[in-house]
Structure formats: C-alpha cells, structure tokens
Design a protein around this ligand. Structure first.
Ligand SMILES: Cc1cc2nc3c(=O)[nH]c(=O)nc-3n(C[C@H](O)[C@H](O)[C@H](O)COP(=O)(O)OP(=O)(O)OC[C@H]3O[C@@H](n4cnc5c(N)ncnc54)[C@H](O)[C@@H]3O)c2cc1C
Length: 253
C-alpha cells in the first residue's frame, strides 16, 4: 500500500538541550491513539551530494485531538532524519505519513492495578501522550512513570510531568533515574539494575509482579532487553493479543 504523505508546517522547533528538541507542527492528522507513531520525512543530501527524501518513525506526544502536534526527538550523530528535523525552522515544511500506527497503546494493556511506564531518553514521549488521556486515569489505580537519562538536564518535560503529579497525587508517581551523575531526588543507575536491587519498587512503595502489574517499556534496545530478562525471572511474560502477558515494549533503536 502506498504511503499517504501529508504536509506538515513547523510552528516551533524548540531546543531543550544541545541535542534535544520539541518539534511543534501543524498537519491534517487522522484520528490516532495515544502512544502511536508516524514516519516523518525530510529532504537531505545523500552521501553522493544528491537531494533525497529520508524518513523515520517518531511518536506523537500530543494527545489525540490536541493540536498542534508535537514530537520529542534527539540528534543522532550522522543521522539523516534527526539532523534534518533539527535544522527545521518555523514556517518550514516536511511530510508526515498518515494514519499514525502502532500497538503501544493503552487499549492493548490488560486491566491491572498498577501500570508501570518505563522509558529511556526520548522514549518517554508516548507515555506523555497517554498520560494526557482520560483512559489512563480511569483504568489504573496506580501509575508509575520511570524515566532514565544520562544527565539530569535531559528531563526536558518536567513541567508537564509535575502537572500530572499535582493533578493525581494519590494515583501517580514519577521516578527519575540518572546514570552519569548524582542528582537530588533521582535514583542513580540503569532501570534494569534498579529493578533487580529493588530500589524502584522501594521508592514507589509498590511491587512489580505478575499478579497486579503491567510494565510498558519504551526506549533503547539495551534497557528493553535487560529489563525483559529481569521481569521474566519474576514470571512476567511479553503481552500478546492471543496470549495475555505482563510486559509490552516499543524499541526505538
Ligand atoms: C516506533 C519508533 C518510534 C520512535 N520515536 C522516536 C521519537 O519519538 N523520538 C526520537 O528521537 N526517536 C524516535 N525513534 C527513533 C527514530 O526513528 C530514529 O531512529 C532516530 O531519530 C535516528 O534517525 P536518523 O535518520 O537521524 O539516524 P539513522 O541513520 O536512522 O540511525 C543512525 C543510527 O543511530 C541509531 N539510533 C537511533 N536512534 C537513536 C538514539 N535516539 N540515540 C542513539 N542512537 C540512535 C540507529 O540504531 C542507527 O544505528 C523511534 C523509533 C521507532 C522504531
């Protein structure tokens, strides 16, 4: 099936750190579910100096029905699309594939007491969209968002996350994790190790178990692989439509 590319117009491309951006744009988006992604396409020179189109998937962090649209991305050294996106200025255009796609959505998560959202870097994006929906707050008694970054300055969406904390103080907890420096209030290290040594559960005052929990993982392959292995030791299996489990994952790279 041919990809349906629709034009997108940049409203703002806000630098959040020296390599992270909030790309805010207008486009005629078809209805989508929080957590889904779309391919973004830019024009850039290929290695032979020819202008070509390059595309990669990016999660929307705006909620369904919320406009303008927003993508949270980081520059990957030498990467065509991320560098192309970083160079966009207000008024510039790019293309977005429609409809948005993907199964990393709340409707795919079974009913449980505690929903754990665990992310590295820009992988927090789909969770921000989900947390903007009523479904998240109506379905789960407890929601814990764990976000791991190398340096604390990369907690780029603290204001929004603090708003969730203020609006849902009994239901929602945010656990920041920093790997490469000490940071007040954050756990130090990597998510898999902090599950294994119990620090994440101790901070949340909740346990991660196959009886009342579902874990959603989003981010780099190392975190996903190691976390899945630790959860498997607890009898927590990958969730499939035909075989309900306890772990869902979206791998960015
Ligand atoms: C479903 C899905 C959703 C995604 N959503 C987002 C998103 O919301 N925000 C976002 O920033 N990225 C997201 N990504 C990653 C994104 O699609 C690109 O892979 C990334 O931006 C690099 O693209 P590029 O063309 O610049 O580099 P490429 O030439 O495509 O990649 C160069 C190399 O960098 C690796 N790489 C990819 N991403 C990273 C990274 N973040 N850090 C370090 N190395 C990386 C790739 O594995 C590859 O080896 C998502 C990926 C998937 C599969």
């Amino acid at each position: 099936m041919a990809t349906n590319w629709v034009p997108a117009s940049v409203i703002e491309n806000r630098p959040l750190t020296d390599r992270h951006f909030a790309l805010i744009f207008d486009a005629e988006l078809m209805p989508f579910k929080a957590g889904q992604f779309a391919r973004l396409q830019i024009e850039a020179m290929d290695d032979d100096g020819e202008l070509k189109k390059f595309a990669n998937p990016y999660s929307l962090i705006n909620a369904p029905g919320e406009m303008p649209a927003e993508v949270y991305f980081n520059i990957v050294p030498g990467g065509k699309v991320s560098n192309g996106l970083a160079a966009l200025e207000p008024g510039d255009t790019f293309e977005i594939a429609q409809p948005c796609v993907g199964f990393f959505v709340l409707s795919q998560v079974p009913d449980v007491k505690t929903l754990w959202m665990m992310s590295t870097g820009t992988g927090v994006g789909p969770f921000l969209s989900m947390l903007k929906t009523d479904e998240a707050w109506e379905r789960f008694e407890k929601i814990v968002l764990v976000h791991a970054v190398p340096y604390a300055k990369e907690f780029c969406y603290s204001d929004l996350i603090n708003r969730f904390v203020e609006e849902h103080p009994e239901q929602f907890q945010f656990i920041p994790v920093v790997s490469r420096e000490e940071h007040d209030g954050a756990l130090k290290g990597r998510i898999p190790a902090l599950i294994e040594n119990g620090e994440i559960e101790e901070r949340a005052g909740l346990s991660i178990n196959k009886y009342d929990s579902h874990v959603m993982l989003c981010g780099n392959s190392g975190m996903l692989k190691d976390t899945k292995a630790i959860l498997k030791e607890r009898g927590m299996e990958r969730h499939l439509n035909h075989k309900p489990g306890h772990v869902s994952a979206e791998q960015y790279w």
